[in-house]
Design a protein around this ligand. Structure first.
Ligand code: FAD
Length: 98
């Protein structure tokens, strides 16, 4: 709950998360908790070092996106390419993600 109150204040500014370096927190926690060692080395290390800018595409227009179990978009590996089938919106930082 402590972090909820902090976010209430941080959310008053469009640049606060980037200024405070917390824009990568959500992605960092997910990678820290659920990624394998290879993905942690490849993605988490540069993320917390500030070398890459994250973007997280969860929210979809046709389902309640506060419940990730309802998400419909699927990413399927076909040969060497990921084919993403679905529609996302409200994806902060997508234009700057590296
Ligand atoms: C500043 C900002 C930045 C954002 N950045 C991103 C981003 O980078 N990436 C991204 O993916 N999204 C982003 N979002 C979108 C945000 O994360 C979504 O709005 C959120 O995931 C909620 O999904 P939803 O809008 O579909 O609302 P819903 O899930 O439809 O929820 C609406 C309301 O209905 C309630 N509700 C939902 N399901 C049920 C149920 N079964 N029974 C009863 N009540 C229910 C919820 O508790 C909530 O009060 C951003 C939003 C904001 C405001």
């Amino acid at each position: 709950m402590d972090y909820v109150f902090i976010n209430e204040v941080v959310g008053r500014s469009e640049i606060a998360m980037v200024a405070l370096g917390t824009h990568s927190l959500q992605d960092s926690i997910m990678l820290h908790r659920y990624a394998n060692a290879e993905w942690r080395d490849k993605h988490l290390a540069p993320l917390v070092a500030g070398e890459v800018f994250p973007s997280f595409g969860m929210t979809e227009p046709d389902v309640a996106s506060s419940d990730p179990t309802q998400l419909q978009t699927r990413a399927v590996l076909e040969g060497d390419e990921w084919v993403i089938n679905g529609r996302k919106w409200f994806t902060s930082g997508a234009g700057n993600a590296v």
